[in-house]
Design a protein around this ligand. Structure first.
Ligand code: PGA
Length: 352
């Protein structure tokens, strides 16, 4: 684990932008070897996105061959809703929609997606929950076929959540529907007219999904994050502080401004700073890169190939004509029909 602390939120945000830029540039993404970047929403990442936009403008970084996958989305908010994370990303991260993947907040009924039949004829499949579960399973499949997440950038909740994995979340959890706890809804009420408007549920990458990322950077800004950072970094791994599970990850950096780091013991800061200095990430990569060979050594399939394989449980790449529209739907939250093979039963989405 690495820890970097900075006097101001601006400096901490710049450090995260630096890390993102250096990882993408070192990777050298191309058309057929894309960099997969996991991204957060909320108040924390705003300065990082501003910094990245400026440096993109200055030619320091290009996102042409970067694919983004977002951590989470509120259940029930369409992409046009001002507080949906689709909308947030459109406002803050200017990357072509074809390279952006965000879980759909509005349910897409699997019967519609998979068979193209009239959903009213299959009432048992019509529940929103089931539709969201299908989206979540396909999101997992999408990440797998993209070759995994190269770098996952996240914030942290005051209650220690990462993504929307609230206290008590399973460390093995995958992308799924989650109930937001009251503290989270209160914290996020600042973005809505009042707390009653904050959705009660969300779709979120699971802790298991997060831990599969090749590298993770967590940004914490402000004194309201101090206790969460202290528990995540100094206490033992505990379900009640979901971010503490990151202690198990071999390549994680916490970046904090001085307020967010204020709960940490001086010893902790000193120790983790020394560790960061003596164990640079490049040395770490050289020693441990092979352990992640499945992800790092696989050339990402071109995005079309990734999409085409996404719904196949048998590995028969390209043989299912319905595969591509399904993932397009999931990525964009749009409803498209009539793209499936006739008579194709809904057995194609993995994880169901
Ligand atoms: P915030 O949320 O950036 O709005 O503080 C962070 C989080 O909940 O992960």
């Amino acid at each position: 684990m690495h820890l970097q602390t900075f006097s101001t939120p601006e400096e901490a945000s710049e450090a995260v932008a630096n890390l993102i830029i250096s990882r993408i540039n070192a990777f050298g993404p191309t058309q057929h070897h894309k960099f997969v970047l996991g991204l957060p929403t909320g108040g924390t990442p705003v300065r990082v996105y501003e910094n990245l936009a400026e440096r993109c403008e200055a030619g320091e970084i290009s996102f042409e061959h970067v694919i983004s996958v977002n951590l989470d989305e509120y259940v029930g908010l369409p992409p046009t809703h001002e507080q949906s994370y689709h909308h947030f990303m459109e406002e803050h991260f200017d990357i072509p929609p074809s390279q952006t993947h965000i879980l759909p907040g509005v349910p897409i009924h699997p019967i519609q997606i998979i068979t193209g039949t009239d959903p009213s004829a299959a009432s048992e499949w019509e529940s929103d929950l089931k539709a969201h579960q299908v989206s979540c399973a396909a999101y997992e499949a999408l990440i797998t076929y993209l070759g995994g997440i190269n770098l996952l950038f996240m914030g942290i909740g005051a209650n220690g959540h990462i993504g929307f994995n609230e206290p008590g979340s399973s460390f093995e959890s995958r992308t799924r529907v989650v109930a937001l706890n009251e503290g989270t809804r209160e914290a996020n009420a600042r973005f809505f007219e009042d707390k009653s408007r904050v959705p009660t549920h969300a779709l979120s990458m699971g802790l298991g999904t997060i831990l599969d990322a090749q590298e993770i950077v967590v940004l914490a800004l402000g004194s309201n994050k101090a206790e969460a950072i202290r528990r995540a970094v100094e206490d033992g791994i505990n379900h009640m502080t979901p971010a503490s599970v990151l202690q198990q990850h071999e390549r994680v950096t916490f970046v904090a401004d001085s307020s967010a780091a204020s709960g940490l013991k001086e010893d902790t800061k000193e120790h983790l700073k020394l560790q960061s200095q003596s164990q640079s990430h490049s040395m770490h990569l050289a020693r441990h890169g092979a352990a992640k060979s499945l992800i790092t050594n696989s050339t990402n399939p071109p995005i079309d190939a990734a999409i085409d394989t996404c719904t196949s449980t048998t590995g028969d790449h390209g043989q299912r004509t319905n595969a591509r529209p399904i993932v397009t739907l999931l990525a964009k939250g749009e409803v498209l029909l009539d793209h499936s093979e006739e008579g194709d039963e809904g057995d194609s989405l993995p994880g169901l």
